[in-house]
Design a protein around this ligand. Structure first.
Ligand SMILES: [Cu+2]
Length: 119
């Protein structure tokens, strides 16, 4: 009787250990995802999810179109940003190598505007 109780206690302790390990892993995983998402812009309902973002030189920004309609990422002047027409769930990425303020819009819907500040 005592022996089986001891076995039960050991099993419970092992289960607590495993679940707290899994919990810690999940926490680390989700904070990693947040960091990766910091330079991601979603296009949804004919708008950019972040109209202005601040990044560092050599940071990469990724736009993903969630609309059924096509969109582009196009510099207001110059050719820093010059995507193809993005269909639904397509992405466009660009790495900014020079500090500055980059204004862009969608070539198909001129009301869609955004700004990237690179410092
Ligand atoms: Cu558009």
């Amino acid at each position: 009787m005592k022996k089986s109780l001891l076995v039960l206690v050991v099993i419970v302790l092992i289960l607590i250990g495993i679940s707290s390990y899994i919990f810690t892993q999940n926490k680390q995983e989700s904070s990693k995802v947040i960091n990766l998402d910091s330079n991601k812009i979603i296009i949804n309902n004919f708008a950019f999810s972040e109209q202005v973002i601040n990044i560092k030189v050599n940071d990469k920004v990724t736009w993903t179109n969630k609309d059924i309609a096509q969109h582009t990422i196009t510099s207001d002047s110059g050719s820093e940003l010059n995507s193809e027409r993005l269909s639904q769930d397509q992405s466009y990425s660009h790495t900014f190598n020079t500090p500055g303020i980059y204004y862009y819009h969608c070539d198909l819907h001129l009301g869609m505007k955004g700004k990237i500040i690179v410092s």
